[in-house]
Design a protein around this ligand. Sequence first.
Ligand code: NAG
Ligand code: NAG
Ligand code: ZN
Length: 443
Amino acid sequence: MANSRVSLLLLTLLALTLSLSASSPSSHNREELETPITRFQQYLRFKTAHPNPNYTAPVSFLTALAKSIGLVTQSIEFTPNKPVLLVTWPGSKPSLPSILFNSHLDSVPAEPTKWLHPPFSAVHTPDGKIFARGAQDDKCIAIQYLEAIRNLKSKNFIPTRTIHISYVPDEEIGGFDGAAKFVNSKEFRHLNVGFALDEGQASVNDEFRVFFADRSPWNLIIRAKGKPGHGSRMYDDGAMENLMKSIEIISRFRESQFDVVKAGKAANSEVISVNPVYLKAGIPSPTGFVMNMQPSEAEAGFDLRLPPTADPDLMKKRIAEEWVPAIRNMTYEIIEKGPLRDHMGRPLMTAVDDSNPWWGVFRQAIAAAGGKLAKPEILLSTTDARFIRQLGIPVFGFSPMTNTPILLHDHNEFLEDTVFLKGIEVYEHIISSLSSFEEVHST
Ligand SMILES: *[C@@H]1O[C@H](CO)[C@@H](O)[C@H](O)[C@H]1NC(C)=O
Ligand SMILES: *[C@@H]1O[C@H](CO)[C@@H](O)[C@H](O)[C@H]1NC(C)=O
Ligand SMILES: [Zn+2]
């Protein structure tokens, strides 16, 4: 009896020892297995696509990640259920203007059937590609900012200027409930931002791209009214005829801008683009449209993009007098999707010459990271950077992705692991250079 009890105790102890020795290496392994790549994959798996982006889960994840690195976090809601997460690494001279790194939390939708791998699976293929919606736009920089700070901290680097990272909602639907409200808040003013970096785009060659301005989108809707009549008659003043005249004139303007691009005199992003996006007319019938009637109303929509060098008043005059003249019984509506001028009335662009000391610091940091920088560009599309620039704060658009196909908003968006890891190194140089730069005291 006593013997068997002792052997039972021994057996229990043995089992316990075995289970302990079995469990401790496995939890140890789990920690070892967590790398910048796996943290990137975890972040890519949050379903942040519109129209129902989940902001709660990625914000909790980023908060935990930032805290594990020893950073200060604060979540602010300017719109219910649309949080802005602010991460801070205090500098040794907090009175100096700070440096802000911005990234948006949301993504555009994806059509899973058109993808090689499910868009929110973050599959890492044997040849090194990480597939996910958001891999390039812009979840890479969200994690790279934090990983770069983790590495700098482990090297005992101490920033002079305070570093902030902002994670904002809704960029992909205009940023009006995200960055727009954030930059106009007392919380933002309190950050005393002197310079900011926001997302950029991939580069197909070995030069990093940097963007000093965005184009500003206008939605133009034109409506024509006119005499209805039999489909067989040719007469003046029909709605379709009036609309078609406008479309011809707008097409000629489009061609004149595109010709400049085709002649190599300007980049696509340096001209005013105008593209028809919808046409609405006709009298519906059970089988389609009534074919022998000319309708009394017709409408068309255009996507316009204005570079900061364009004169918005001149453009409005052109639309009113040439594109949609009231004498042709037409009306129009322009919906401006953001500012074209800063608070001082200056074109919304950041200087890329010696007048902007941050330009030199940024350029040197890229060189120190062993990188080459392409000629600075205007971004073809639009980012949250425009809201920060509107305050007169210099901002560059930059995402460190070289030798990478441009796949933002496309099927099979991916980023190569080596490109992602190199980006962390690039941000280490950028963060240390910018935060150590003491010459600019105010902007
Ligand atoms: C967001 O995602 C998390 C986990 O990824 C889930 O638990 C939560 O229910 C989601 N929230 C909403 C509102 O869908
Ligand atoms: C505009 O409408 C008026 C009133 O219907 C008509 O008399 C005139 O001819 C129209 N003009 C054009 C250019 O369609
Ligand atoms: Zn983006």
